[in-house]
Design a protein around this ligand. Structure first.
Ligand SMILES: NC(=O)c1ccc[n+]([C@@H]2O[C@H](COP(=O)([O-])OP(=O)(O)OC[C@H]3O[C@@H](n4cnc5c(N)ncnc54)[C@H](OP(=O)(O)O)[C@@H]3O)[C@@H](O)[C@H]2O)c1
Length: 323
């Protein structure tokens, strides 16, 4: 497993991180804790040392599972978690004041709750779970971050940017007060390359590439007749003819790269993210040992060849399935 430095922190994190949304088990239905813990253990065994979770994932359940493995691991595990907006509105719409989403005392209380769930004394990276650029100059988040650092409860800070809005992070990066941004970056959504990534490189800000497999579409796992469990958010994400659309898009990538079938698509999708020098880690969700093992193999292979990246560039796709 190869490591990269997370921005200007001294965290040497595995370039494949563990995305822990799915194991929370509310919006993703079907993960048993036994399987989730087995996947987490296998990831750590294969050298993963960075886990991205959030207080809201399963209302603390994802953090609790992470807490059960992080403390006992044989190597240091860097844990990133997130403060949900107090108004529980995802993504952050324009025009809503920070006092409704992230008051200072609320940020601190949320971090303390996460520490309990995680059974840790300190959170390595605390991220705001939504971001609205109108809040950049506000005191609330600045004071909360400063106080949490002084109290020794958090080591680094970041923001998780709204879906498909990478440029909303440009202002906060300039403040010099955060260490990392988390952003959707995958073969379909290449928009962060335009402005966000150059800014992150310039200011030495870490980048966590989330949803690298487009919720499964870029893993070649979505067919027209794929059925998700009742209550699973993917019923909405892939609603109507969207399964057909992603199937055709994935088939187009396979065809243009001259692959035999879609079996290597997840590896290519992960390596696509790692090919950009701004990316510190890619954080696929992986509730199964099979996914963990497949993704761990994608590490250490270096950037995809220029010709492959050129082909993938043509597969960018501007749309927002979260809406
Ligand atoms: N607003 C936010 O801050 C936000 C929003 C979304 C996501 N995130 C973070 O980003 C992480 C990643 O996003 P995500 O989990 O939503 O989606 P994702 O990583 O794009 O896709 C996850 C899906 O891909 C499958 N998969 C993973 N590796 C595979 C492989 N090698 N072969 C075949 N299938 C594979 C997983 O299967 P199994 O699970 O069945 O193994 C799961 O169904 C989240 O876990 C979370 O930490 C943050």
């Amino acid at each position: 497993m190869k490591h990269r430095t997370l921005g200007r922190t001294n965290f040497e994190i595995s370039e494949i991180g563990y995305g822990a949304w799915g194991i929370g088990g509310t919006m993703w239905v079907g993960a048993s804790d036994k399987d989730s813990l087995a996947a987490l253990h296998r990831a750590i065994e294969l050298g993963v040392n960075f886990i991205d979770t959030a207080l809201v994932y399963g209302n603390g359940h994802s953090e609790e599972l992470v807490g059960r493995v992080a403390g006992d691991a044989t190597h240091k595990i860097y844990v990133a978690t997130k403060v949900p907006p107090k108004n529980r509105i995802w993504p952050a719409p324009p025009g809503i004041g920070i006092e409704e989403a992230f008051p200072r005392d609320y940020i601190i209380r949320s971090a303390e709750e996460s520490l309990k769930n995680l059974r840790l004394d300190v959170i390595d990276l605390l991220q705001l779970h939504v971001w609205n650029p109108e809040w950049t100059s506000r005191e609330e988040w600045r004071r909360a971050f400063e106080d949490l650092k002084t109290q020794g409860k958090v080591r680094g800070f970041g923001v998780s940017l709204n879906n498909h809005e990478p440029d909303s992070g440009l202002g906060i990066i300039e403040t010099g007060l955060i260490d990392a941004v988390q952003v959707i970056y995958n073969i379909f959504d290449q928009a962060p390359e335009r402005n966000l990534f150059p800014a992150c490189i310039k200011h030495n800000i870490g980048v966590l590439a989330r949803v690298p497999l487009d919720e499964g579409a870029l893993a070649g796992r979505i067919a027209e007749d794929t059925v998700f469990p009742e209550g699973d958010f993917r019923n909405r994400y892939f609603r109507g003819d969207r399964k057909k659309q992603v199937l055709e898009r994935a088939a187009g990538i396979v065809r243009d790269l001259g692959l035999e079938d879609a079996s290597h698509l997840p590896e290519i999708a992960i390596r696509f993210c790692l090919s950009h020098p701004a990316v510190s880690a890619v954080i696929p969700g992986m509730r199964s040992i099979g996914s963990v093992e497949g993704n761990a193999m994608a590490s250490g292979q270096g950037p995809l060849p220029a010709g492959t990246l050129e082909v993938l560039r043509r597969h960018a796709w501007d749309r927002d399935f979260y809406k």
